[in-house]
Structures are given as structure tokens and as C-alpha cells.
Write a protein that binds this ligand. Structure first.
Ligand SMILES: [Zn+2]
Length: 684
């Protein structure tokens, strides 16, 4: 069955051709590479390093392209990214200032009388925001934003102690607690350092300014390495909140200094000189050999970041035990622990993974950071293997469980991303600020880095991982210049047109990701049909390419009704609705008056296949395709005032209603009605 989307293709290609919603100035002119920096003595390619710099990683199959090589033009992500850089990143800077994140630094050099404020991981908010700025500047200089960030970096670095230690919480009376076993467990010192390294690297790759990078290296070289690590003369490390592992591997890639990789390996292995209760190895997801793990458990963000670090470590060392473990954990993720939105972390208690198949909808935690961690881990697995199954998870998380985390206007954020919600409980789901404000800058850095996720290169060609209007200006690994222009109205329409233009005619493979959800995909090269498009695989088109060659793809966006495994008891008798990469949901205010969502079900009985109507609504929620489908409203309301009533075997009295679905990411972006229930999982 093939249902054409009701959008004129000509119309969207026309609008997509208006280039560059985002500024796309070349970045080359703003570089002020610090002479004498220890960051990168030989290497001139710092500005051409991707989200991950894996060009020299022996066990990376697909290499990242730099963020600046890809311009995401007008379209789904173009609009989102424009809001991110125009509104979210600047407003977060104001919020960081207003909530004392910077006075925490300034007070230590006598420039503020304010007291220390915020939790132990407050510094990481500044670093994650700096990382977002770094990625944003790779897409084009923004002098004002760059200058504000340079000032912030100066204020951070001014606090660094001669030993290299830099943290605004463990100072004064708390200095004595630094890196004690208990503080390693709960104090987030290494977590802060990890984000400092990541922020420093992103800013360096955008601007060549290594001020923060040099400071983060001084921390590792001066304070950490001489005092901590294996060996009787050093104290042990317990990561506490994994993050330092992935950061150290990227620091190794950036500097070429193996000591950072070695330290990451040591931390991933765990050091049994720090003894913690068994439950702490679960919750913190560190402290025992990573390769001894058999399932995902404990704090979801910790587990995801640990998996990222382990995959990074594998890409450098080729240690098969790591790959084996990562494989086991990944299968656990997709077979028993991941929401249909790509969100992870079922329990709010401990922000944790639950048991296998424990995936409640209303109480789902699904922290934005955990979905981002899921995407980051799958990006690393994709980089290591070139297997499209990881790209499918990236897309699922990105379009749904991550994208829901930021409001459409870019100023409000979800900490948790539940799959069903009733605001009558008083919970405010979207907020501008959280005292633990890990998620907002995490969302900002993710959207800012997005161009770096669209394409990749390998020895024999080019990968297309994600679809949206974009332009790649880069080169094949043999140095041949390559431009790819992608035109589409994805995810609203399944047609994608790519123009492939190598600098000279040359044979190579273009690997096109065929999404797992597209059960029939048509592909053409220069108008000629090609076969072999398989869901969940890359379609390899190996031929001699010449400038202006075209590839046309047509994915099948027919809405699908999705069932969960019967062991997911919370989804028993329920279905979800998916169209292309987007999971759909219902909001009360789109449904007929007087029909509470608790009382409706999707009416699938009258025909063999679902009967969705698809309609593009340009003025609704930033422009979305809404889905309509017949539903049945129960006339003997189950959501009335009675808690229990006798069950009757006779068929329920229902009447037909038209249900209207919107994409999940767009939920809770309109003024709430008195009872706004939402659920992607609907009774069928
Ligand atoms: Zn978070």
C-alpha cells in the first residue's frame, strides 16, 4: 500500500531552494590560533574536525565531516536551528548569568560578592553552553556571541589554580573534600571537567582559540595525572557520573597525546581500591570493568555517557571485549528498554533504567539528556561500524525524544519527556530554567552540532545519514572535492533529491540510508530506477559520478500503527502512530468537544488497514502534517467519577469521533486546556 503525501513536491522544492536560513559565512577568517599552545602543535586541520575527530582512529569505519562543511538550509531543521542560535543560546546565557553560574567564578577572583550558588555540577552548565556556541560558530561567525563567550572563557580560566584544579564548588572550606572517594561519587568534579574538555574542544574547532582547551589540559596534566590513576603512589578514580571518559578520548584525538586515552581506559576499567555498595556500581555505571556489564541499568544519562566513552575507547584501541559488550548493551536497549520516541530511562526514581520491558507512559522519565546520550552513543556506534541500525536510533531519538525537549519558540525545555501526561496533577512540563539545568544547554549543543551528523566519509565513498535540505561542501577521502545538494520536504514528504557533484568524474560509492520504517523505497540515479533499497540498510550506489548527477529517493511515509511487545504491560491493548521518522500523539484540544482522551480508542475494526488522512497545516505548530483517523468514544465513560464498577461483557456503547494527531515533538506548545491529556499510545 502506498499513499502519497498530500503536499505538492514542486512547492516544497521551490521553497527549499531559498538558501541558508542560517548564516553561512566561511569560518576561516576568525582564527586566532594561540601560538605556543600545547593543544595542537603540528596539526593544521583543527578546523576540519567533526563532532568526533576520528580521521586517525583505526577502528572507525565512517569518518565525521566538520560541522562547517554542511549547511542545513531552509526546512525542518533549518528553522529549528535558527531558533536555537537566535533565541535559545542567547537566552540561556542570560539565564546562566541571572542564576549565578558566572558569579560562582567571579567571586573567586574578587569580582563578585555573591555566594556560591547552584548544585555541584553548576560549572558544567557553562561548559555545555560554550560547546553549543562552538558548534554554532562553526556554521558561521557571530561576533557578538563569540565575544561574549571569549569573555566567559576568560572569567573561567582566571579561576584556575596553579595546580591546574578548576572548580567553583570545591573551594574555600570545601577544598579539603576534593576528589575524596565520597566526592568522586557525588561531587561531579570529573563530570565538570569532562564538559569543560568538550566545550573547550568545540570552541577550539570553531575559532582556533585554545584558551579553554589549554586550561582543561592543565587540569588533567597538572592535577589529575600526577595524583590519580593506577599505581601505589596514586589515588584511585571513581568516575561518579561518566562523561570524563568520552571527553578524554576526544582530548586524545585532538592533541595526539596518548596519556589521555590511557587514563580513559583506566577509568572505564574501574579501580577496586574505591569500594562502594553494589547498588552504586549499578547507579553510577562505573567502578567495575565496563566489559563486565550485561545490561543497561542505573542512572540513564550516566549509562549512556559511559557507553559513549566505551565506544570511543574501542575506536582507538580495537579492544574486541568492548565491542562485544557494547553490542550486548545495545541489543538490550532496543529490545527491552527504549521508548518508541527514542527516549530512555523509565523511572523517575534515580532517573533510571527500569527492568526489561518496564516502559510506563505517564510516569516515563525520558530525560532530554538521556535521549541525547542515546543519540551520542548511537552516533559513535555508527561511526565505528557503518551499520544503519544505529542511524535509525539516532533519527528516532532526534526527531522525537530529543526534539520534544525544547519548545517550538526555543525558550522552554522539558526535563522529562513522558509519553502520556495529565496536567491536572499540577506538573509544569516545559520551563525556561531548572536548578539542575543539564537539559537546556544539552539540547542547544545538539541542535547546534546537527550539520555534523548528516554526512560521513569512508575510504570508498560518502554516507548520507540524515535527510533535510542541506548542502555538503567537502571532499572524498582521496581529496577529490565534492558538493552534495539535498532538496526535500522531509519529514513531511518522502521525496528527496540529491545532486552529487565531484570536482572531477570519479568512481566512488554513495551510501544512502534507507530508514527502517520505509518498507518500500524507490531510488533513481539520473532518472533510472535502481534496485536494492532495503529498510534499515545503506543503499550503496557505486559508480563513476560526474558533476550534476542526481539521485532521487522516495520513502514510504504511509502512517503506521505500532504495537509494543506484549511484555510491555503499560502498552497492553494500545498502539502508537508513526509517520516516517515522527511519532504522533493526541492533544485534548484537537479532539471533539466533550470527548476526554481517556475515553477514546483508535477505531481499527472497520477495515483491514488504517484510514489516516494526512494534511499539511502551515499555520499550526510551526507547520506540521496532522493525521486524522476515526476513533470510538465510549459513551459509558470510564473516566467518570466512579473508581470501580461492574464489568459488563456486552459491547461498549460508542460513537464515532474523528481523532486528530500531531507530531509528538510539538506537544505542550499551546496554552493548556483544563484537561489536556496526551498520549502517543492509544487504546485500539
Ligand atoms: Zn538533563
Amino acid at each position: 500500500m502506498r499513499k502519497q503525501a498530500k503536499i505538492s513536491r514542486r512547492k516544497f522544492v521551490g521553497s527549499a531552494a531559498t538558501v541558508a536560513a542560517l548564516s553561512s559565512l566561511p569560518v576561516g577568517k576568525l582564527m586566532t590560533f594561540a601560538k605556543g599552545s600545547s593543544a595542537n602543535p603540528e596539526n593544521a586541520d583543527w578546523k576540519d574536525q567533526g563532532v568526533l575527530y576520528v580521521d586517525k582512529s583505526p577502528y572507525a569505519k565512517v569518518h565525521n565531516v566538520p560541522v562547517h562543511a554542511v549547511t542545513i538550509t531552509q526546512g525542518f531543521w533549518g528553522a529549528r536551528r535558527e531558533i536555537n542560535v537566535d533565541k535559545s543560546i542567547p537566552s540561556m546565557e542570560k539565564l546562566l548569568e541571572a542564576n549565578g553560574r558566572m558569579t560562582n567564578f567571579l567571586r573567586l577572583v574578587g569580582q563578585s560578592n555573591a555566594k556560591q550558588t547552584g548544585p555541584v555540577y553548576s560549572d558544567s552548565d557553562v561548559y555545555k553552553w560554550t560547546e553549543a556556541v562552538g558548534f554554532a560558530l562553526e556554521s558561521g561567525d557571530r561576533p557578538q556571541l563569540r565575544e561574549v563567550t571569549e569573555k566567559i572563557i576568560k572569567e573561567v580560566v582566571a579561576v584556575q589554580e596553579p595546580s591546574g584544579y578548576l572548580n567553583t564548588y570545591y573551594v574555600d572550606d570545601r577544598s579539603k573534600d576534593r576528589m575524596t572517594p565520597d566526592v568522586q561519587r557525588w561531587g561531579h568534579e570529573l563530570y565538570n571537567l569532562g564538559h569543560m574538555i568538550q566545550g573547550a574542544i568545540a570552541f577550539y574547532r570553531a575559532t582556533g582559540d585554545s584558551t579553554l582547551l589549554d586550561a582543561s589540559m592543565r587540569f588533567v596534566d597538572g592535577y589529575l595525572l600526577p595524583n590519580f590513576g593506577p599505581g601505589a603512589d596514586k589515588k584511585p578514580i571513581f568516575s561518579g557520573h561518566p562523561e570524563i571518559e568520552l571527553a578524554l578520548v576526544e582530548l586524545y584525538r585532538t592533541t595526539g597525546q596518548k596519556k589521555y586515552l590511557t587514563l580513559a581506559g583506566y577509568i572505564l576499567q574501574g579501580d577496586d581500591r574505591i569500594k562502594v555498595p553494589q547498588r552504586a556500581y549499578v547507579y553510577h555505571f562505573c567502578g567495575i570493568p565496563f566489559t563486565s556489564r550485561t545490561h543497561l541499568e542505573g542512572h540513564a544519562v550516566r549509562a549512556m555517557y559511559a557507553c559513549c566513552g566505551a565506544t570511543d575507547y574501542y575506536m582507538e584501541t580495537g579492544d574486541e571485549a568492548y565491542l562485544k559488550t557494547l553490542d550486548v548493551l545495545w541489543n538490550d536497549l532496543v529490545a527491552t528498554q527504549m521508548y518508541v520516541t527514542g527516549g530512555v530511562g523509565a523511572r523517575s526514581q534515580g532517573e533510571a533504567f527500569g527492568d526489561s520491558y518496564e516502559l510506563p507512559n505517564f510516569t516515563a522519565y525520558g530525560e532530554s539528556c538521556a535521549a541525547i546520550g542515546n543519540m551520542m552513543w548511537n552516533w559513535r556506534m555508527l561511526t565505528a561500524t557503518g551499520d544503519a541500525k544505529y542511524a535509525d536510533v539516532i533519527e528516532r531519538a532526534l526527531y522525537n525524544g530529543i526534539n520534544s525537549g525544547m519548545s517550538l519558540d526555543g525558550t522552554l525545555y522539558c526535563y522529562r519527556n513522558p509519553l502520556a501526561f495529565d496536567p491536572s496533577g499540577g506538573d509544569q512540563i516545559r520551563n525556561p530554567w531548572y536548578d539542575t539545568t543539564c537539559c537546556p544547554p544539552n539540547l542547544e549543543r545538539t541542535f547546534a552540532s546537527l550539520p555534523g551528523y548528516f554526512y560521513g566519509t569512508s575510504k570508498d565513498g560518502l554516507y548520507v545519514h540524515l535527510y533535510d535540505n542541506s548542502e555538503l561542501r567537502w571532499h572524498l577521502e582521496d581529496g577529490t572535492g565534492l558538493q552534495i545538494v539535498q532538496k526535500t520536504n522531509y519529514p513531511w514528504d518522502g521525496a528527496v533529491e540529491l545532486t552529487v557533484s565531484p570536482a572531477k568524474p570519479v568512481e566512488f560509492a554513495v551510501y544512502l540510508r534507507i530508514p527502517g520504517w520505509s518498507d518500500s523505497t524507490q531510488a533513481k540515479v539520473n532518472g533510472q530506477a535502481v534496485s536494492g533499497a532495503t529498510p534499515g540498510k545503506y543503499l550503496a550506489l557505486r559508480r563513476r559520478w560526474s558533476a550534476g548527477d542526481t539521485v532521487d529517493l522516495e520513502f514510504n511515509l504511509t502512517p503506521q500503527v505500532i504495537e509494543a511487545n506484549a511484555r510491555v504491560v503499560d502498552d497492553y491493548g494500545r498502539v502508537a502512530v508513526q509517520r516516517g521518522p515522527l511519532i504522533y500523539c493526541l492533544e485534548q484540544l484537537d479532539q471533539p468537544q466533550g470527548v476526554p482522551l481517556y475515553d477514546v480508542s483508535l477505531d481499527l475494526r472497520k477495515s483491514a488497514s488504517p484510514r489516516f488522512q494526512e494534511q499539511f497545516r502551515a499555520n499550526l505548530l510551526g507547520g506540521i502534517v496532522v493525521l486524522k483517523h476515526p476513533g470510538a468514544a465510549n459513551e459509558n465513560s470510564v473516566s467518570g467519577n466512579t473508581l470501580y464498577s461492574s464489568y459488563t461483557a456486552s459491547p461498549a456503547q460508542t460513537h464515532e469521533v474523528e481523532l486528530q494527531f500531531i507530531p509528538y515533538y510539538a506537544w505542550a506548545n499551546r496554552a493548556p486546556t483544563p484537561m489536556q491529556v496526551w498520549t502517543p499510545y492509544l487504546r485500539a
